[in-house]
Design a protein around this ligand. Structure first.
Ligand code: C2E
Ligand code: CA
Ligand code: CA
Length: 713
């Protein structure tokens, strides 16, 4: 038997309720309420079941007009039509009630005929309005529109109390992109094509509806099992449609156990099941599970408490030291936020940052972290510590504020901190998403003196080419680079390739996620500047970092705070022997060799040779050991040109990078470069220039070796 539609009668007079009830109960199921408050309670729980409200205007507790105004403001209940009842056939009241949102008006004494007619007419009108919606909105696919699907699915469930149903929702991957690529017309055809295939699954008694641009819903008789092949088959057929890209559709299934749940909620849950599928490449469907709902509720709980948490300073900034890998000294730190939640305890940022990025709260939180960082730097300076640059994370969403440079600049001014002490980490993907806007703002920040670090480089679709065009100072290699590196030789090649390239472009390189000694050693062998990772130190509270600043050696413009005993748990690497590359210095004049030796002896094992013949003898004995040769051009016995020629003709030795040295004004450099030297240094030497050129030469040599190995050369 078909279920009856439900009416809510709101009247303070028991007699009136009984009279109405009697007139209507044959056709409708009646729910009664004694006043506006009670009526709202009923609606709060069962709004979606009720087809119409009969409302008395004059009532104690909450009168009809107040009820109407609340009714109107709440979209969940305003869709239910209201017929107002009153004692007097009073034109004023009638107009007032109608303009307050009532659909119609009846007067006491009631006449059964009239009332039944009005109620039926209004309900019809409302339900047909949904029909009109259908015509208006679903010409594209021919299936029910959202509202209409909800209504009909509901009716199906109600009218077949002994049948069990499931809801299946579908989602077309990257539909927006398809739309952009192939145009609305083609994509509308695709939707219609899909809708037809999808509805076929519903069978005779199922119903299909379109919920949203590219999401569809199906209600169908429960099947015991669904399997991938059934959905693969639809997807295969979808792709018979002529779009050159493979269209992937994913499906979520909600099994209806609680039949009183509103259909829109059932659809939400089926869609929720799809959310987690996005990462699972080959799985096409999944069932809704309550963990997904729990995750959603947890998110809501976070949203409800975030503002308060910020006010109450539940967010705490931690610091993870960064080390200068060559010198084993602290170079700086990264500020990383944590949430010390009164109930949930210590929460890592991965549990709330992505959510805050979605709802925009990230900007408030980031500003808090920046200010807190500035405040701490100030207090460290005031306490006589050597300040080190601290990097803060700047989310891509922070760039929506064009005033960002000013906001950050003001913070450093407020705490009297030099901008160079604040580094800004901007994730690589921000650059790729909207390069122009980011570059413009970043240029301003750099002009103000801030150092820009590109975070998570290599995690996304970075192009090495792009790097040279971007305004950045430091490249932070994504953890995956380092952590996958040991596994494959190729990974390792790529890592050193990227490091060389970055160094070649004069970028400083910071490697993240360094967890073991092996990784440290390998990074040392490459030309990496800074490292950060659990191996050295985990993120720590500010007081602990301050303690470290007081005790550990610090890398800051020559003024080093050397100490004897180091907290070994924090800087375990300090004692480790550093494997050095070998540099050969060839010059007949001892003082020239000494100057160069001085510059490089910390970083290289130095081998000296007085002339070309002696040099060649050593090189031939140790062909694999030499990282770089600094070669004087004018020497007795065998001059620099002869050495160069011999090296370049020997396939085993031709890759060793050579930088030539010559007296200023000799004019030999061009010839040497032509013969394969990578660069030249003129005497008298300028230390900075010499060091820069030598490292550049090393980087470019590594680069060309890697290019060869990768087949790019
Ligand atoms: P991120 O910027 O890439 O930060 C590095 C993350 O790697 C940190 O996680 C850090 O604790 C972790 N990490 C450091 N060394 C190692 C290691 O050796 N091994 C492994 N497996 N992990 C290591 P954390 O603190 O959980 O932060 C996660 C992400 O949350 C950050 O990634 C960053 O994207 C975001 N985040 C953290 N604090 C903030 C903030 O104040 N503002 C914004 N916008 N984002 C933040
Ligand atoms: Ca970062
Ligand atoms: Ca990172």
């Amino acid at each position: 038997m078909a279920a009856k539609r439900k009416l809510l009668i709101v009247d303070d007079s028991t007699l009136n309720r009984q009279v109405l009830s009697k007139m209507l109960s044959e056709q409708y199921e009646i729910i009664e309420a004694e006043n506006g408050i009670q009526a709202l309670d009923v609606l709060g729980e069962r709004a979606n079941e009720i087809s119409l409200i009969l409302l008395d205007i004059v009532m104690p507790v909450m009168d009809g007009y107040t009820f109407l105004s609340i009714h109107r403001a709440n979209p969940a209940i305003s869709v239910i039509p209201v017929i107002v009842t009153t004692k007097f056939d009073d034109e004023d009241n009638e107009i007032k009630a109608l303009s307050a949102g009532a659909a119609d008006f009846i007067t006491k004494p009631y006449r059964a005929q009239v009332i039944r007619h009005r109620v039926e007419a209004i309900i019809n009108l409302r339900e047909n309005a949904a029909m009109v919606n259908l015509l208006e909105f679903d010409r594209i696919t021919g299936v029910y529109s959202k509202e209409f699907f909800h209504q009909n699915a509901k009716r199906l469930i109600d009218e077949n109390p002994d049948t069990e149903y499931d809801i299946i929702c579908s989602d077309i991957r990257s539909f927006k992109l398809l739309n952009d690529a192939y145009g609305t017309k083609v994509c509308n055809e695709l939707l219609a094509h899909f809708a037809k295939l999808f509805s076929e699954i519903a069978g005779e008694d199922g119903i299909c509806g379109r919920l949203d641009a590219d999401t569809f819903a199906l209600i169908l008789k429960r099947r015991n099992e669904y399997d991938n092949s059934m959905f693969a088959e639809i997807n295969r057929k979808v792709n018979s449609f002529s779009i050159p890209t493979t269209v992937v559709v994913k499906y979520g299934i909600f099994r209806i156990d609680d039949r009183s749940m509103p259909v829109n909620q059932m659809c939400d849950r089926a869609l929720l099941a799809i959310k987690d599928l996005k990462q699972k490449y080959d799985r096409l469907f999944d069932y809704y599970n309550s963990a997904q709902l729990q995750a959603l509720l947890d998110e809501q709980a976070i949203i409800d408490t975030m503002e308060e948490a910020l006010e109450q300073r539940q967010f705490v900034v931690y610091f993870q030291p960064k080390y200068n890998i060559k010198e084993n000294k602290i170079y700086g730190a990264e500020a990383l936020v944590r949430w010390v939640h009164p109930e949930k305890g210590f929460m890592p940022p991965t549990q709330f940052i992505p959510l805050f990025e979605r709802n925009g709260f990230i900007y408030k939180l980031d500003r808090f972290v920046w200010e807190e960082t500035c405040r701490l730097i100030r207090s460290w300076i005031d306490n006589g510590m050597t300040p080190v640059p601290i990097s803060v994370n700047v989310s891509r969403y922070d760039f929506y504020d064009p005033d960002l440079p000013n906001v950050i600049h003001k913070l450093t001014q407020k705490y009297g901190i030099e901008p160079k002490l604040l580094h800004l980490e901007i994730t690589e993907s921000a650059y790729t998403e909207d390069p122009d806007q980011i570059i413009e703002i970043v240029d301003k920040l750099r002009a103000l003196g801030f150092t820009i670090e590109m975070d998570d480089f290599g995690a996304g679709y970075s192009s090495l080419n792009m790097l040279s065009k971007l305004p950045i100072d430091i490249l932070k290699l994504d953890m995956k680079f380092i952590q996958n590196e040991g596994a494959m030789n190729r990974g390792r090649n790529i890592l050193s390739f990227v490091i060389s390239l970055a160094r070649w472009m004069n970028l400083t390189v910071n490697a993240e996620g360094v967890e073991n000694e092996d990784q440290v050693e390998r990074l040392r062998g490459m030309d990496c500047n800074y490292v950060q990772g659990f191996y050295f130190a985990r993120p720590m509270p500010s007081w602990q970092f301050a303690e470290l600043l007081l005790t550990a050696p610090i890398d800051s413009k020559g003024e080093l705070l050397q100490i004897e005993a180091q907290p070994e748990n924090l800087i375990a690497v300090c004692e480790a022997e550093r494997p050095k590359g070998c540099m050969m210095i060839v010059d007949d004049i001892k003082v020239n060799r000494s100057v160069l030796k001085n510059y490089f002896s910390a970083d290289f094992n130095i081998v000296e040779a007085k002339n070309g013949a002696a040099a060649m003898e050593y090189i031939k004995e140790h062909p694999k050991d030499i990282s770089i040769i600094l070669l004087d051009l004018v020497m007795p016995v065998m001059d620099g040109f002869q050495v160069l020629k011999t090296l370049k003709e020997d396939s085993e030795l031709c890759d060793i990078p050579v930088v030539v040295t010559s007296q200023y004004g000799e004019g030999n450099e061009a010839r040497a470069i032509e013969m394969g030297a990578l660069d030249y240094l003129s005497k008298p030497y300028n230390e900075k220039l010499v060091v820069r050129r030598v490292y550049n030469a090393l980087a470019s040599a590594t680069l060309s070796r890697q290019e060869k190995a990768l087949g790019l050369g």
